[in-house]
Write a new protein. Structure first.
Length: 280
């Protein structure tokens, strides 16, 4: 019985497999291994991206706290000048430390294999050096800031420009040299806005200290015209302190704008999120 074309084809296939069975088996094994390696690498990438995402989110969260703390520190000094009970900033150093630690955790992750993320990461790290120096310098000034809150609590209650002149002398008697000394210490801060504020306030307070001595002398001698003149000078200095405080608020915000990291962190977050979505 003659062989059909189908039978001949079947024989050829069997003969081919018989002669090349080793090559075929190796090819199948190679394909399986490649598939497994590809899946492992894919899962490794996904895991790595998710770790980066979590770490970046942690940095973002701690950065917001650090930024708010800087603004609150500025508000604390401004409130002190306005006679409002000051906010203590004892936890500031702790918050800055938490931020630096979250950045260190991010630095330990491997992201060099992804060009986009790596580039954005490097931009953030380079800019973060300025922010790191800033919060480190602020940390060194925290004791001085808290000291101002402690030593100047009573003296700053006289900043109401409409206060009765008769009440000014006893109120300013509370403005001891320790209050002026507390402001003098802050002049050593490496943060320009703080140093400038402390320098300006110290001068105004020294003027008022001198005015107070003259006011007490004029009060004893009953020189009413002189009393009113000195009181007006004190009020003028107090108004200037309020203006200086307002300027300081703008100064510290300007310093923050120059080293702001929100956009850099958002871009890093966006790149990482995109990689996670495309690798799933």
């Amino acid at each position: 019985m003659p062989k059909t074309a189908a039978n001949k084809c079947h024989e050829h296939i069997l003969r081919f497999f018989h002669k090349n069975h080793l090559i075929i088996v190796l090819a199948i094994i190679f394909m399986v291994v490649c598939s497994v390696v590809w899946l492992l690498l894919k899962n490794l990438d996904r895991k790595n991206y998710k770790e980066v995402f979590v770490s970046v989110y942690d940095v973002q969260k701690n950065y917001k706290k650090a930024k708010d703390t800087i603004i609150n520190t500025g508000s604390s000094l401004e409130y002190s000048l306005l006679g409002v009970p000051p906010i203590k900033v004892d936890k500031s150093v702790e918050i800055f430390k938490s931020y630096n630690e979250s950045v260190e955790r991010l630095e330990k992750l491997n992201i060099s294999h992804d060009q986009d993320i790596s580039n954005q990461y490097n931009m953030f790290i380079n800019k973060n050096e300025q922010f790191k120096i800033y919060i480190n310098n602020l940390s060194k000034s925290i004791d001085s800031i808290n000291n101002i809150s402690k030593e100047c609590k009573k003296s700053n209650s006289v900043l109401d420009t409409e206060m009765n002149p008769d009440k000014i002398a006893p109120s300013y008697a509370d403005m001891t040299s320790s209050c002026i000394g507390a402001w003098n210490n802050l002049q050593n801060s490496k943060i320009q806005s703080l140093s400038r504020l402390a320098n300006n306030i110290s001068k105004l307070m020294l003027n008022n200290r001198k005015n107070l001595d003259e006011l007490q002398d004029a009060s004893i001698k009953g020189r009413q015209t002189k009393i009113l003149s000195i009181v007006e000078e004190i009020r003028k200095n107090n108004r200037e302190m309020v203006i200086v405080a307002g300027r300081f608020s703008e100064d510290i915000k300007e310093e923050l704008r120059a080293i702001d990291l929100e956009d850099d962190l958002k871009n890093l977050n966006d790149f990482t999120t995109k990689r996670i979505l495309t690798s799933d």
